[in-house]
Design a protein around this ligand. Structure first.
Ligand code: ZN
Ligand code: ZN
Length: 96
């Protein structure tokens, strides 16, 4: 299992709750395996994961986008290019 590039602690990335937490692959669906391999994942409490405002929830789109942007930023900050990211994920989540 790879390590998250976004966090060291096993706690909800959004609210800091540390138990129980679930693993979330930031670019899920067809990019889930790539997320696993690259460490594009965070821990989330069940509310921020599968609740109404959670990343997979009915009103979770903003949070989902936020995580996708923060993860792409971090990937670039640790020494990769935007092009490398797009090659992996097939999409750019940042404006610049
Ligand atoms: Zn939470
Ligand atoms: Zn998830």
């Amino acid at each position: 299992m790879s390590k998250s590039i976004l966090q060291d602690k096993k706690e909800c990335y959004i609210c800091g709750l540390y138990y129980p937490v679930e693993e979330h692959h930031i670019y899920f669906g067809p990019n889930r395996n790539i997320s696993e391999k690259q460490g594009f994942k965070v821990w989330l409490c069940s509310e921020h994961h599968r609740g109404t405002i959670g990343v997979h929830g009915k009103y979770g789109h903003a949070l989902d986008t936020r995580l996708k942007q923060e993860c792409q930023k971090k990937y670039i900050n640790i020494g990769h290019t935007k092009e490398e990211f797009i090659k992996l994920i097939g999409k750019n989540y940042l404006d610049n």
